[in-house]
Ligand binder design. Structure first.
Ligand code: UFG
Length: 347
């Protein structure tokens, strides 16, 4: 039985952003069922969610590309009102060598969900997109109206194609709504240190590498380039706290379920509005934690964008949502999570 606010299906709900969003949905009074194939996460995450919220979300271990498994899930949970779709492969580099896997996972998941939503009276879907759709922007900060650039990786292309699929379905009269959220760079962990990011193998993203270098798992961080056209030569991004990001999903779901959205499809940038360089982020980490990050400057990483940050005004005004956590607090949370993993003997 779901409670008054109704049930949300969270695909990829044991993953990094998914798990933080499940916490915020439950805190807001929603019931949650997670579907995840655990390809890049662990079922222990559900214990962490339960320790934070006091509520254990339902969990179905299955792959969203498996239409029959999804169909059964909808039959077992006829009370699903909305979907948040996090289930996707997300490593840019891997997508260059395994493009078919990326197109299959990311697009078949979405197509299956859209097919089944129509049949099961689901009101809307929140889709995880990315600032990667803007490529290397001509002007910063980027608004939702900034030009979409040709994708530079199969991963990025799956995000662009997914946005187009949802848009086409809705313009063709599909009986549901959608909110597309373009994330900038999600970082940090829940302040309880019960859940956080758990990369497989050598981290590709900055913050997990920073915390692993700081704790001694990695010898040193490679800073990819100090000769960019930026204030200190390193790349600039918009680092958004993962709990702030998770909260935006709750607002987005509420908009769809309570018919507050003005259009059947809405797109929002989710960022802080502040561009922070790699070297500035390292300064913040060291200031916040008192822990040094061993590092060396190396050459540029192929495919990196020089600078991109969000204009989040539209989300601030229309959703009434704002990223609030100071970057130093976010860095402390990332470090607390790394220390917790060490205490548990995981890393
Ligand atoms: N960086 C380093 N050293 C590292 C890792 C990263 O210096 O070991 C730098 C990168 O060069 C970049 C910044 O840290 O300047 C951030 O890199 P990330 O890999 O953490 O993030 P990206 O901005 O490259 O990629 C992220 C997501 C992608 C998404 C993209 C959208 O990981 O999924 O944003 O632009 F597509």
């Amino acid at each position: 039985m779901s409670n008054q606010k109704g049930r949300i299906l969270v695909t990829g709900g044991t993953g990094y952003i998914g798990s933080h969003t499940v916490v915020e949905l439950q805190n807001a009074g929603y019931s949650v069922v997670i579907i995840d194939n655990l390809s890049n996460s662990n079922a222990d995450v559900i214990d962490g969610i339960e320790r934070i919220t006091g509520i254990r979300p339902d969990f179905v271990e299955a792959d969203c590309t498996d239409f029959d498994a999804l169909k059964k899930l909808f039959a077992d949970y006829p009370d699903i009102k909305g979907i948040i779709n996090f289930a996707a492969s997300k490593a840019v580099g891997e997508s260059m060598t395994k493009p078919i896997l990326y197109y299959r996972n990311n697009l078949n998941t979405l197509l299956n969900l859209l097919d089944l939503m129509g049949e099961n009276d689901v009101k809307g879907i929140v889709f995880s997109s990315s600032c990667t759709v803007y490529g290397e922007p001509d002007v910063n900060p980027v608004t939702e109206k900034s030009p979409i650039k040709k994708a530079t990786s199969p991963y990025g292309n799956t995000k662009q194609i997914s946005e187009e699929i949802i848009t086409d379905a809705i313009y063709a009269g599909a009986p549901y709504k959608s909110v597309i959220l373009r994330y900038f760079n999600p970082v940090g962990a829940h302040p309880s240190a019960e859940i956080g990011e758990l990369p497989n193998g050598v981290p590709q993203n900055l913050i997990p590498y920073v915390t692993q270098a700081a704790i001694g798992i990695r010898k040193e961080l490679s800073v990819f380039g100090n000769d960019y056209n930026t204030r200190d030569g390193s790349c600039i991004r918009d680092y958004i706290n993962v709990v702030d990001l998770a909260k935006a999903h709750v607002v987005a779901v509420e908009r769809m379920l309570e018919d507050k959205s003005e259009e059947k499809i809405e797109i929002f940038n989710l960022g802080t509005g502040d561009g922070v360089s790699v070297l500035e982020l390292l300064e913040s980490f060291e200031r916040a934690t008192g822990v040094k990050v061993p590092r060396k400057i190396v050459g540029r990483r192929a495919g990196d964008i020089e600078k991109v940050w969000a204009d989040p005004t539209y989300a601030n005004e229309v959703l009434g949502w704002k990223a609030e956590t100071p970057i130093d607090d976010t860095m402390r949370s990332a470090w607390a999570w790394q220390c917790r993993l060490r205490e548990r003997g995981i890393m």
